[in-house]
Design a protein around this ligand. Structure first.
Ligand SMILES: [Zn+2]
Length: 417
């Protein structure tokens, strides 16, 4: 089994141009004494939208590592794969996010459910978990309900894990199981049952991505009850530590936070929980980098700003279509979106202030930011013109990508300043 370091950051990159600028942020953290493992993740959905190949992600990561002489671990994550899509990623990935959210709620057979409950009588009654203020109190019915909700999904993760293992060998990759893309959050008791089932399946899981309470909208801050999130996050950490000890899961197992970029109001509570429990974390921040590309283009002015404005105009025109696949993870107030004709007249600075995620800035426009977040398809359709823009404005983009990752993400999460 390949293991993942204590702190790691998913640094996906839609167009495979910013790996070096991203790695520069992690090098700054290393200089401050905190090792964070970079994981370049890209989902099958993103590859399909953009028309890129898994090998492009690997190539970009390897090149950045070589250029900056990064001599620590790094990985390439086949993000949100399933049995239908995993084969495309066998040659180039060493990290697999096995997504079984679609199977949540599909009940396993009655025999499988009873066998699980018979195997785990310890899950019924009063479950004392070190670190939890109060024990979980469960009944056979309440556990059976959870088992019916999740056992089938975990067993499917087992099938996918073993498929990858057969092809690659068990020591060659890191396994994450993700259940975040679903409607109903998994609370700590659900987390416990899921982990027990994962242990039964023999999956040497390194990271688990639950759906947390509250909304993790794309590219903007958390929307929800922060103290409640913090409470559940800490309970999850206690459950993980318990499952590691009691069920023999890998000691490096940790939580993975998807859509983790830009959740500024959560970083301090997350950091507090990690410190308190001496736990690690993986935070996926892919989407934020693409928005920094747009900021860097706009900052370069000239053709860069023209491209950025054109992407907005096209995204505005195709908003319904672009937003549909992301309906559950965006909240755009259409009345707050500037008309493209009006936006044409904006200066570089106006564009940047509206887009940059600075909640204290009165010109910051979260609706515009979320629309552009899902608008990467427009940039993909510009093809060479967009990529040439990235090359031409490389300097201003790199500066923004690095600074955003370091100052707004790494510092509050991992350095605590
Ligand atoms: Zn996800």
């Amino acid at each position: 089994m390949l293991t993942l370091g204590k702190y790691s950051l998913g640094v996906g990159d839609r167009f495979a141009h910013q790996a070096e600028a991203q790695l520069a942020a992690l090098m700054q953290a290393a200089q401050q004494g905190v090792d964070i493992v970079p994981v370049w993740n890209k989902s099958h959905r993103e590859h399909t939208t953009i028309g890129s190949q898994p090998a492009d992600t690997r190539r970009a990561a390897d090149a950045a590592v070589q250029t900056l002489a990064w001599d620590k671990p790094y990985h390439v994550d086949a993000d949100h794969i399933n049995l239908d899509t995993v084969d495309h990623y066998l040659a180039t990935s060493d990290f697999y996010t096995i997504d079984v959210a679609d199977s949540i709620g599909k009940s396993a057979s009655d025999d499988a459910v009873s066998a699980f409950i018979d195997r785990h009588p310890e899950l019924i009654g009063t479950i004392e978990i070190p670190g939890l203020e109060e024990p979980f109190v469960t009944t056979k019915d309440s556990i059976e309900k959870i088992v019916r909700g999740y056992l089938q999904a975990v067993q499917e993760a087992g099938v996918i894990y073993r498929h990858i293992e057969t092809k690659k060998g068990s020591n060659e990759f890191i396994t994450e199981v993700s259940m975040d893309e679903t409607d109903c959050p998994q609370k700590p008791p659900e987390m416990l049952v899921i982990l027990v089932a994962i242990a039964d399946e023999g999956i040497p899981i390194q990271t688990i991505a639950p759906k947390f309470t509250g909304r993790f909208n794309k590219g903007v801050d958390y929307v929800g009850d922060v103290p409640q999130f913090a409470k559940e996050f800490e309970q999850d950490l206690a459950v993980l530590a318990h499952a590691i000890k009691r069920y023999g899961l890998p000691s490096s197992l940790k939580l993975s936070v998807h859509s983790g970029s830009d959740k500024f109001s959560l970083y301090q509570p997350i950091r507090d929980c990690l410190q308190k429990c001496d736990a690690g974390v993986h935070v996926k921040t892919a989407g934020t980098t693409w928005l920094e590309e747009l900021i860097g283009l706009a900052e370069a002015d000239g053709e860069g700003l023209v491209i950025a404005k054109e992407i907005y105009a096209q995204a505005y025109a195709a908003a319904d279509q672009l937003c549909a696949p992301y309906a559950s993870v965006i909240d755009i107030d259409a009345s707050k979106l500037p008309n493209p004709d009006q936006l044409q007249a904006w200066t570089s600075e106006q564009f940047i202030l509206a887009l940059r995620h600075d909640p204290t800035c009165t010109q910051f426009n979260p609706s515009l930011r979320q629309l552009l977040h899902v608008g990467y398809k427009v940039a993909a359709s510009m093809d060479q013109r967009y990529l040439e823009g990235l090359e031409a404005c490389k300097e201003s983009i790199a500066k923004n990508v690095t600074e955003n990752l370091y100052q707004r993400h790494i510092v509050p999460l991992f350095l605590g300043k």
